[in-house]
Write a protein that binds this ligand. Sequence first.
Ligand code: M6R
Length: 608
Amino acid sequence: MCGIIGFVGNKKAAPILLNGLERLEYRGYDSAGIAVIKNGEFEIEKTVERISALKEATQNGEAVKGEIGIGHTRWATHGVPSEKNAHPHLGFKGRFAIVHNGIIENYFELKSELEAEGIAFASETDTEVIAHLLEKYYSGDVFGAISKTVSLLKGSYALGILCSEQPETLYAARNFSPLIIGLGEQENFIASDVTALVSHTKNVLYTKDGEIAVITKNKVDLFSLKGEKISREPTFISWNVDAAEKGGFDHFMMKEIKEQPDVIVKTFEPRIKNKEVFFEGLKLSDEKLKSINRIIITGCGSAYHTGVVAKYVFEELLKIPVEVDLASEFRYRNPVIDKNTLVMVISQSGETADTLAALKEAKSRGAYILGIVNVVGSSIAKEADDVIYTWAGPEIAVATTKAYSAQLIVLYLFGIYAAEKRKSASANLLNILLDEIRSLPPKIESVFKMEDTIKSLAKRHFKMGSVFFIGRNIDYGTAMEGSLKLKEISYINSEAYAAGELKHGTISLIEKGKIVIALSAFEPLRDKMMSNIKEVKARGAFVIATDIKGNSETHKEADEVLYIPKTHPLLLASVEIVPLQLFAYYVALYNKCDIDKPRNLAKSVTVE
Ligand code: M6R
């Protein structure tokens, strides 16, 4: 996730900016840069290496003169990691330097208009349009240029802005991306999160959407876009640096669980336009899409589980055969593939060795490869014929949560997109699904309200020796993911089964007190699940079930029920996984496990 720092005061800015960027390193980044004004000119330093490389190049910032500056760590979304794409970006007359967090959804239109006016772009980023718009609308009034520019932007932004003609003022603006102002003695700061500030000041102003800040070393003024002055009391931050990195949570996993509603919005919002799905930069032509007669989905671990869910969604919407295979198996099979096969390769890191090998195998057999990847410019993104990015931002906990959720969203969107092009599902159903995708974030927020219930459930059962997750259809995919979450961070033996398979062997393991987590929220097959719950109850199991709020039947059969809000059954996995993530987290916590770095595991498995 990108990070912003800005400073104005009586000290050299560069050492403070570099120190702030180091504090933001934990968020993950692929490039970084700073801009400082001295004698009315910008000095800009960038790197595609670590912040330490910038420090080395500038003698810890001491070689860069100037007492006002902005800095940025970039996590690529538009354009590969490179120096030209790294921030700060300059406007076409060189008077504005800006850093930006967020995504400008209408950048393509804005860029085309600016290019038609003869303005040349130096980078592939969405951010650069903002720098050029500021130049275009500037005629001596920086505030006016900012308010005009941001009024044209659609999407999310936190901006740090410098104008070389106003070398004593730092400007900032925000919409749907966090931006904090740090208040010091004869010095003030901006940052995307408090981590970058807490070593300098604990007094901060939280900005709100649609606000512009005008900051000098002695003064901070907040304004609405119309120029009305806003007064706000500062907040005192009691966190230390470690707590600040985790957003006040004890672990990155919990921080990332709680980021899911936001990540889902970031992933779907730019892709839904006028009730239609649109994927920026997708090369797959409508003709090619219509010629596809089979889909194979591959990935490892949780990425594979999103494929299991997508199989049910795609078969419903696209009415063509869908196969899901573990990448580690697929690479050594003799898969029957031709040019009409679409192979979807799913990976958070984009570097998983087995997944990359599966991609190469499928490509060599003539399949069209669509990567679904979180890390821009990663090996899988580069090797695929096409790529759709999940905009989950960097994920730090080994156990994936927010990237898993973002993958599901991309898969739903792709299913809807392809069904629309192939006319394989009714427009009414596709519209309903799009509306339902929009309603997922508040539904997930409402699951968070069950956290205390889930925590006390975990407290009662954290010593369970082993556990079975069961489910049918989409709930089977969620059972697999819930089971993996629990086992990887709590080291409890946990297995997932398709509920109908119980009687073919597994049921012999059920005995008094054995915990069975029965996912029963998939309404079309709820009756079948009730029978499975009865079967295991009759053999002494303790059953924790999930179901849709308002359905009281499950409570008659199960010992505990976690009720989730109703959503369309095809999208159920997105809501139902959340209580399971929280359950896994608390079971691991009570077992005193290393939640963010479970034993024997790595975030990215780059070896076979
Ligand atoms: O980076 P990838 O999505 O390719 O990683 C795949 C798996 O290694 C990953 O999902 C793993 O199973 C997670 N630790 C699960 O939480």
